[in-house]
Each structure stands twice: as C-alpha cells, then as structure tokens.
Design a protein around this ligand. Structure first.
Ligand code: ADP
Ligand code: MG
Length: 268
C-alpha cells in the first residue's frame, strides 16, 4: 500500500533493468525490467516455469544472472558494470550486507528442526547482525505476537501445523528487519484450511507499509493486496498494472487465457 508521506517520485526500492538469465541453452528470463516502489506490494503471477522463482532468486543473488542490473535501495546487487559494459562481481561482504536487507520466504518452510521456534528466529540476528541475545529475544517475541504465535516460542517446528511453520518462517525473515520481503508461493504447500492464516499475516505486512514482492497463485488475494500485478510468461513481462485493470481488462491473449482458468475453477 502506498505511504502518503513518500513523495510521488521516490526512488524505487528495487529496480530491475534488462535482466536476463539462462540455464544452459534455456533462456529463462529475457530482458525483464521492473520497478518495485517503496512501501508497495507487487504480485507476480504467471504459468509454472515462466521464471518467477528465478527472478526472485536473482533479486537476492541466490541465482547469478547473465545480463542486466538490479539496484536495491540505490545499491547494485551482485555486480558493478563499467560504462564500457564490463561486469565485475562485488566482494562477498558487500553482497552479504545487501542481502541481509532482503527477507525471503519460500514454499517450503526450511525451519531448523533441532531448534525451538524462538531459536529459529533469533539465530540470524545474533549471528549476522551481532544483536545481543536479550534484544533478539524481545524482537522475536514481538514478531511471534505479530504472526499470532506468542504461545509457540518454545515449541519445536515439527509440533506445528504447516500454516504455523510458515508464519514462523515469516517471523524469522522479519527478525533481520529487512527493507523488503520476497514471498515465493508461500501458501502452495499448505492444506487449504491453513492458507488464510498465512495470507492474513502477509496482508497485515502490506498494510504496515512493508515493500513486498509476492509470487502467488492466489489470484483473489493478489487482487486484494497488491498495488501492482505483474504477469510473466516465458521469461518476459507480458503485462503489468493495477489489479483492477489487469484482472478486469487484460490486454493480451496470454493473460486472458491464464485468468480464464482461474475463473473456470471459481477461484477468481
Ligand atoms: P516458475 O517459478 O515461474 O515456475 P522457475 O523460475 O522456477 O519458474 O523456472 C523457470 C525455468 O527455468 C523452468 O523451465 C525451469 O525448469 C528452469 N530452471 C529453474 N531452475 C533451474 C536450474 N537450477 N537449472 C536448470 N533449469 C532451471
Ligand atoms: Mg516458482
């Protein structure tokens, strides 16, 4: 959601310019350019295999990219490009520092099974940011309250439902106090009755003004929460715009066909 206090011309939190990525001979991202404004939620939709996950992973440099640039809050991600077009990889320490501002949550929860919920959340702030244990625990308890799991601090992940584990994973990402959160189909592995509790947490984050990129198949949710919808197919952004425009008046045949499947399944 937009923040009134920000000037209309504020620099974007993330700017992707001409991003290209190949896996061998497979061209997975083709000249993708996209801006993620500060305080806004951008939902990325599109068929399976279209490059959505790869794009998110490039933003965090979990995946190297071949061409283009990603600028995060004014700083380049991964590489510096000289005016002559030569690329140089940034030092690991610079990459790690930038990455620490970017929270990412995946479809699989990836919690540490041998640690309690509280320890899962405090581990990175203590190890990466050097936060003292007391402060980290206070932060973790605040975050657990925020995701509705105050009573689970001392549980082990295996004792939690999938929806609860995913909310812990979100709290763990938030514990690094990131400037942006990336969500990759975080409800896809959940039983249907657990999806709502996770979406509610994400919706609250949007209302609190977190900058977010949300890859999702939950069309109704994307429509409710996102400021901008981006439709990707075959590694290319086919259309983007406000939810109302894209969902009610898609311009491309690709998007129309994609949305029809959700309409036909009564999911939109
Ligand atoms: P989406 O998230 O939209 O389903 P992905 O970004 O996961 O799409 O994948 C895009 C394409 O890249 C797919 O064809 C996939 O098979 C391929 N791909 C993804 N990761 C790898 C990898 N590590 N090695 C080779 N091919 C990959
Ligand atoms: Mg994916």
């Amino acid at each position: 959601m937009s923040i009134d206090a920000l000037p209309a011309v504020a620099a974007p939190m993330i700017e992707i310019r001409g991003l290209s990525k190949r896996f061998g001979s497979r061209h997975v991202l083709r000249q993708v350019s996209l801006q993620i404004p500060k305080g806004q939620t951008v939902a990325v939709i599109g068929p399976s295999g279209s490059g959505k996950t790869t794009m998110l992973r490039c933003i965090n440099l979990l995946e190297e990219f071949d061409e283009g640039a990603i600028v995060f809050d004014g700083d380049p991600i991964g590489y510096l490009t000289s005016p002559g077009g030569r690329r140089r990889r940034l030092p690991e320490r610079v990459i790690a520092a930038t990455r620490s501002h970017i929270g990412i949550v995946f479809q699989s929860f990836n919690l540490f099974p041998h640690m309690t919920v509280l320890r899962n959340i405090i581990a990175a702030p203590i190890r990466v940011k050097g936060m003292d244990r007391g402060a980290a625990e206070r932060l973790a308890r605040d975050l657990l309250a925020r995701v509705g799991l105050s009573d689970k601090a001392d549980e082990y992940p295996i004792r939690l439902s999938g929806g609860q584990q995913q909310r812990v994973a979100i709290a763990r990402a938030l514990a690094m106090q990131p400037k942006v959160m990336l969500f990759d189909e975080v409800t896809s592995a959940l039983d249907p009755e657990l999806v709502g509790e996770v979406l509610a947490v994400i919706k609250q984050l949007a209302e609190d003004g977190m900058t977010m990129v949300l890859v999702t198949h939950e069309m109704q949710f994307a429509r409710d929460v996102a400021d901008t919808i981006v439709f990707i197919a075959d590694g290319t952004i086919i259309e983007q715009g406000p939810p109302k425009t894209l969902f009610t008046n898609p311009k491309s045949d690709r998007l129309r066909a994609f949305l029809k499947r959700y309409h036909d399944a009564y999911l939109l």
